[in-house]
Design a protein around this ligand. Sequence first.
Ligand SMILES: Nc1ncnc2c1ncn2[C@@H]1O[C@H](COP(=O)(O)OP(=O)(O)OP(=O)(O)O)[C@@H](O)[C@H]1O
Length: 272
Amino acid sequence: MTLVALSDVTKSVRLADDSELEILRGISLEVSAGDHVSIVGRSGSGKSTLLNILGMLDAPTAGSVSFEDREVRRMRSGRLDRLRGDNVGFVFQQFNLLPGRTALDNVMMPLGHARGRMFWNRKQIAADMLERVGLGHRIEQVADRLSGGEQQRVAIARALVRRPVLILADEPTGALDIDTGASVMSLLDQVATETDAALVTITHDLHVAARARRHYRLDAGVLETADLSRAFEASTLAASVPSAASADSGASAPATVPAMPAMPSSRRGAVS
Ligand SMILES: Nc1ncnc2c1ncn2[C@@H]1O[C@H](COP(=O)(O)OP(=O)(O)OP(=O)(O)O)[C@@H](O)[C@H]1O
């Protein structure tokens, strides 16, 4: 079943000098239940803008967005907020946790708007979710005292606690070291697979992108199917990297791309 469908979406903004910047151009994309999709692109290519439109946080200038066959443009804002809250989980590079609040408080937060059983059992549900991401022993820890990888796990637990059907991850490993990033991606993949949620990850890291089953590249606002094996070849770093086993034991790279190499330095192949 198609969850979210973008059809010929364009996004433009008017700049201070009254000129118009076209950020996204003629984008059509369908994401179905269980899909794992990656979108790579250079800085400024429009990735976050596209993710915000997929997540119904932003509206296109032209074109249509539908969620489960319902045209989003026609919805009142209250209904749209509920639709988003019930169905979409966001994971960001900078975690965006509430400072000074415990891991448990942070994960309970989205359940404050839930209804029925989810609302009344929110503490237990949040604690179970933290257990699921390997933080069952840290639930009372204040979020800002956790490590970066632990904070991202809390953010993942918060994003998934309402069992969204669509998970949108914006550079989820951008603030993490390579090993921590790999284990966070592994966790995201696993939880999305377990719940049959669709996972859309935007990244500039080819190794993160390679984990998905479908790959796209955003270039100056135009979305096209990406051949990641070519992108790896084109990466200036790739030449010095041996084709080795995956950097993360839980990972299996898709057939269309090379296995994720173990990288010798702190930098890995990025979109060039
Ligand atoms: N509201 C806005 N007003 C003006 N310019 C904007 C606005 N939103 C986005 N832009 C510009 O549109 C371009 C695309 O932005 P976007 O954040 O989507 O890119 P990105 O690919 O996610 O970049 P990065 O990887 O650096 O985060 C950028 O040049 C940005 O400055």
